[in-house]
Ligand binder design. Structure first.
Ligand SMILES: Nc1nc2c(ncn2[C@@H]2O[C@H](COP(=O)(O)O[C@H]3[C@@H](O)[C@H](n4cnc5c(=O)[nH]c(N)nc54)O[C@@H]3COP(=O)(O)O)[C@@H](O)[C@H]2O)c(=O)[nH]1
Length: 671
């Protein structure tokens, strides 16, 4: 190696070699070049490394045409042993008298550049392909020397390299790095004539003249896609709230902070009460709108520095850091409950929805994220089971109860197959003579291990899983079989009502199923009554009315259950072919105590009578309630004052004692 060559080689880390053009050989190469490029430098023969024939011809031609005293460069592409593309920059050097060669260095080459870079660009005008790239040259002081056509269009006002950058701090840092490292790749925001955009920059200091060659690749679209992808992975599309993925990340951070600083943080699990019914009856569009409204309301209720997440469906989680004591969490949850239950104007309706909340606090209720979430969920479930629109703080006893809930779904399927269900009957009492003139069929599950499970607990699970369809069909069939059995025992033929669930009512072949059961059990349809809820009627009104008329044409009685708790008004009910309505027991509870309830009950009875509807009051527990209802001219009552729900056998006995005389029997349809 000559002294000149040694002087030219900048750093042992950089691949560098020398080409003797006349011989067509690599006359010297440093270890980096040998290791990195191996045979790509040239083919070894007789102790010499011969360069590619075509390259030799090009270099020879280049030498013959150029002024060898000028610092000219020649460029070509080469791949290293791992197939990475490099750009070779060769400068003319003297290898002796009238004997010239090239000193070569290689730089990693961005793919886009590699596709366009011509074999030679020296100092001649840039070829078309390079003009379509964003390529710029600046002097070592940062002054603009050259801009390709595309760069010119994007950065027309650029005089100095600094003018390119959207953030001046980023400019100084980038320029410093280029001066120090000579080759820099970085993604930065540049100010273009189209506004600020993201670019991938690759800058090289040209070893021949110290100028900075800058290739820029517009990656704004890639960045936009990355942002979209991030949003898609971490945010809920409907409510724009962060999702489960971000929740786990924040919980980990909250836990680490709390552990380090010996602090608490709280977690609330929220689930909307009866949201499924809203979806089933009003459709998903209304359901979605309601979810957005609820999410906004909760977000505006929780304190700053807490965050609301949507887990999916109607489930939300609130994470509250910097909590002083657990009572603070309970107070915030109560506040959420209070704001949630205010009406929501959705699709020209005033909708009501409440939330059940379970609370867990770190570290008291779990030392890891999964346990905390599980325990808050268990508390939420417990809260929902005891009353809607409530909140409960986790305690250890809830876990057992919760696992029972989770296994209910699997148990239900088996229970249907193994006949663990039974229908109980609660009499409906005629106010004038207090005889039982009807009954409501109420489902009971005798679980082999857990004993009697109340319907409030398993009906929602059955709805969720779809098992309500076979179960609901079983209920109608069993009730009709009992009606038939009781009549064959010579008892007065009374009317029996069966509860329909929302999902069951939407079943497309429900009318056919009921018709099939009536044919099978041979009972007169007028003794069967279907109890619907207000929300069921609000769904697809046209389909609903069609279905209700089909039932009426069959002779089946129709009634509205839990009247007053839903969305409809008596005037609205006029549209439907129903015969009776049942005032919800929440209005009966405080009769004679809360004058508002008295007023509502009185007005409902009066209006129902004017519409020719029979009124049944449910949940009558005391004589004073009964007296008031009789005064208000309520035709029928149902409640523990007279009888709790009982098995069919007990009901037969009850009817024998309390049922109307056959001779004095009044046909329910005439009531
Ligand atoms: N889709 C179906 N739903 C059903 C079916 N069977 C029952 N259910 C629904 O489950 C809810 C709870 O029912 P249950 O535990 O049977 O409670 C009923 C009565 O026991 C109770 N009741 C009656 N009188 C009183 C009283 O004086 N006080 C008091 N605290 N409770 C009383 O009310 C329930 C009957 O309510 P309702 O149906 O609104 O008339 C309940 O919503 C059932 O509808 C089924 O087969 N399918």
């Amino acid at each position: 190696m000559t002294d000149a060559v040694e002087f030219l080689v900048p750093s042992p880390k950089k691949a560098a070699w020398v080409i003797d053009v006349a011989q067509g050989t690599v006359s010297w190469s440093n270890p980096t070049a040998k290791n990195r490029f191996g045979e790509a430098l040239g083919v070894s023969r007789d102790g010499l490394t011969y360069i590619d024939r075509e390259l030799k011809d090009d270099l020879t031609q280049f030498l013959s045409q150029s002024d060898k005293s000028a610092l000219l460069c020649f460029h070509w592409l080469i791949r290293d042993v791992s197939n990475t593309l490099y750009r070779c920059t060769a400068s003319v050097i003297s290898l002796g008298e009238n004997h010239h060669g090239f000193s070569v260095e290689a730089y990693v080459c961005p793919t886009e550049v590699s596709n366009h870079l011509p074999r030679y660009y020296g100092r001649k005008s840039l070829p078309e392909s390079l003009n379509s790239l964003i390529f710029m040259t600046f002097s070592c002081d940062g002054e603009r020397l050259f801009l390709s056509r595309r760069a010119e269009n994007l950065f027309p006002a650029v005089q100095s390299i600094k003018d390119l950058f959207a953030v001046s701090g980023a400019a100084s840092y980038f320029i410093q790095r280029v001066k120090f490292d000579l080759v820099v790749q970085q993604e930065l925001r540049l100010s273009t004539s189209d506004g600020v955009r993201w670019f991938k920059l690759e800058a090289h200091v040209n070893p021949d003249n110290g100028n900075v060659d800058l290739f820029a690749q517009d990656i704004q679209e890639v960045r936009d896609l990355e942002v979209e992808l991030y949003k898609w992975q971490n945010y809920d599309e409907l409510t724009h709230l962060p999702n489960r993925h971000l929740l786990y990340q924040q919980l980990e951070k909250a836990k680490n902070n709390a552990t380090k600083r010996n602090r608490r943080f709280g977690l609330m699990y929220l689930d909307l009460d009866g949201f499924k019914v809203v979806n089933d009856t009003f459709g998903h569009r209304v359901g979605d709108k309601l979810l957005q409204e609820v999410a906004n309301r909760i977000k505006n209720t929780i304190p700053p520095r807490s965050c609301l997440y949507r887990l999916g469906g109607d489930e939300f989680v609130v994470v509250l850091e910097h909590i002083q004591d657990i009572q603070e969490l309970v107070d915030i949850a109560a506040e959420i409950n209070a704001t949630c239950e205010q009406t929501y104007p959705v699709s020209e309706m005033e909708m009501v929805i409440t939330a059940s909340i379970g609370i867990a606090c770190y570290p008291e209720h779990g030392e890891d994220i999964d346990s905390l979430l599980k325990n808050a969920d268990a508390a939420m479930y417990r809260s929902k089971a005891s009353a809607h629109n409530g909140c409960l703080l986790y305690d250890a006893g809830m876990t057992e109860c919760y696992s029972a809930y989770l296994t209910l779904g699997g148990g239900l399927r088996k229970a249907i197959e193994e006949g663990q269900f039974e229908l109980y009957y609660q009499p409906k009492i005629r106010s004038t003579d207090e005889y039982a003139v009807g009954a409501e069929a109420l489902l009971r599950w005798h679980h082999p291990e857990w004993g009697m499970i109340p319907p409030d607990q398993f009906i929602p699970v059955a709805e969720e899983s779809g098992l309500i369809l076979p179960l609901g069909e079983w209920v109608i069939r069993r009730a009709c079989q009992h009606i038939q059995e009781w009549q064959s025992l010579g008892l007065p033929p009374i009317n029996v009502s069966v509860n329909l669930s929302g999902r069951q009512f939407l079943q497309h072949d429900l009318v056919d199923i009921v018709q099939g059961i009536l044919t099978e059990t041979k009972i007169d349809p007028k003794y069967l009554e279907l109890e619907l809820t207000e929300s069921m009627l609000m769904s697809d009104a046209h389909e609903t009315i069609k279905k209700l008329h089909a039932f009426r044409e069959m002779g089946i009685m129709l009634s509205i259950d839990d009247f007053g708790t839903g969305y409809s008004s008596l005037a609205y009910l006029k549209k439907f072919p129903i015969q009776s309505l049942k005032i919800d027991r929440s209005f009966i509870q405080d009769l004679g105590v809360d004058s508002d309830d008295d007023a509502i009950v009185k007005a409902t009875i009066a209006m129902a009578q004017s519409l020719n509807l029979k009124v049944v009051a449910e949940g009558v527990e005391s004589r004073s309630q009964m007296n008031l209802l009789t005064n208000y001219q309520c035709q029928e009552v149902q409640g523990f004052l007279f009888a709790k729900p009982m098995s069919s056998t007990d009901f037969v006995e009850y009817l024998n004692n309390r049922g109307p005389d056959l001779e004095a029997f009044i046909d329910p349809e005439t009531l």
